[in-house]
Design a protein around this ligand. Structure first.
Ligand code: PMP
Length: 375
């Protein structure tokens, strides 16, 4: 059976060059980078070179890069690490209601276990959080604003640089941005942003690999205690090989971003028009959004039915509202004010530069057939 992967916002296939380099290194380079013999220091040098290259690509300093196990850890470290460090200066935080679970659950923990007050902003009619919305909520005791650049379920693009400017010049708060879904899709400008989280496996890298960019003036309380690794902020023997490959993964992603920009927009428009021509379908994604994510609902079929029927035909997509219960419906679509029926009938299609027009036509043909069968 033909297999078609349209769940690239969830994860991506490893880039062949990254895979080849990783396989090569895995064979022999097992040394602990903190050991003092030559075999270990050679790997340590490669890891530090990757840190430097990564820093250059983001226009920051090498010692502002903290290697982590991915964006969930980077988000947790940024949010809890900062809040616990600066709690004497204030206990108010601003975030959005449609952040990733790694942000929302860190916020919940700060509220329930550490007495913080968190304000959750609902996106506006375009599905975004504006600088003005944040500006109106800033208080003297606000210590952190955390807003994602691109939403992982609907693709909405937030004006994070503009928000960061307001936060920097009109408050004492720090600005954190979850950049996971923006990386490789659009320019990342970190001038006024204090903390930013990234993940490798969303850009054809290896799972369990990510970084937190922490500007020099920001202090954090470490969440993983251990040795002196990552400036004492993240104890544990370094996952040196994936850290070494972060720079390569990033470089390849940035090259592909430029090369495939037009193709992604054309694929998006092609899929959008085809979906809009199906009477049972309503588009949930709004503008501005990344071209590679389209979220929609089908009035006659639940997410679960669509997901299973597509899966039976080898087509892999995702939906966060596979459950009928209100609690487990997508919090992202809920934050947009969509009704429950629309939410539990939603589906997310996400693609990358490997996807072809023919793939999308195949998806649409199958979706139409499924809608007809269940009618
Ligand atoms: N933030 C966003 C917006 C994401 O989409 C994801 C991955 N689904 C994460 C954070 C977590 O990334 P990781 O898998 O590297 O922990």
């Amino acid at each position: 059976m033909r297999k078609l992967y349209l769940d690239c916002a969830s994860t991506t296939k490893i880039h062949p060059e990254v895979l080849a380099a990783y396989t090569n290194l895995l064979k022999d380079e097992y040394y602990n980078v903190d050991a003092l013999y030559d075999n270990a220091t050679k790997i340590k040098k490669m890891m530090e070179k990757s840190r430097e290259v990564t820093a250059n690509l983001f226009n920051v300093k090498a010692d502002e890069i903290i290697f982590t196990s991915g964006a969930s850890e980077a988000n947790s470290l940024a949010i809890k690490g900062l809040a616990l460090c600066y709690q004497a200066q204030g206990k108010h935080i601003i975030t959005s209601a449609y952040e990733h679970a790694s942000v929302l659950n860190a916020m919940k923990q700060l509220e329930t276990s550490f007495g913080f007050e968190v304000t959750y902003l609902k996106p506006n009619e375009h599905g975004i959080i504006t600088a003005k919305m944040v500006q109106e909520l800033l208080r003297d005791d606000t210590i952190l604003v955390s807003i994602m650049h691109v939403n992982n379920e609907i693709g909405a693009i937030n004006p994070v640089e503009e928000i960061a400017k307001i936060v920097k010049y009109e408050s004492n708060a720090f600005m954190h941005v979850d950049q996971t879904q923006a990386l490789g899709k659009m320019p990342i400008i970190l001038n006024d942003i204090d903390l930013a989280s990234f993940s490798a496996h969303k850009i054809e890298g290896i799972k369990g690999s990510g970084i937190l960019i922490k500007k020099k003036h920001v202090e954090l309380l470490p969440l993983i205690n251990g040795g002196q690794q990552e400036q004492n902020l993240r104890g544990g023997t370094s996952n040196a090989l994936v850290n070494i490959l972060f720079a390569k993964t990033l470089r390849l992603a940035l090259e592909n971003q430029e090369r495939y920009q037009e193709k992604m927009i054309n694929l998006h428009d092609h899929l959008l028009v085809a979906l809009q021509n199906i009477p049972q379908i309503t588009i949930n994604s709004l503008e501005p959004s990344v071209p590679t994510i389209i979220n929609f609902s089908c009035s006659t079929l639940t997410s679960e039915v669509m997901l299973n029927a597509l899966n039976a035909r080898g087509i892999m997509v995702s939906a966060l509202s596979t459950c009928h219960s209100k609690q487990q419906a997508s919090h992202v679509l809920e934050s947009l004010g969509y009704d429950h029926q629309r939410i539990i009938h939603s589906l997310r299609v996400s693609f990358d530069h490997h996807t072809t027009f023919e793939d999308l036509d195949y998806f649409i043909d199958n979706l139409k057939e499924i809608i007809k069968i269940y009618d």
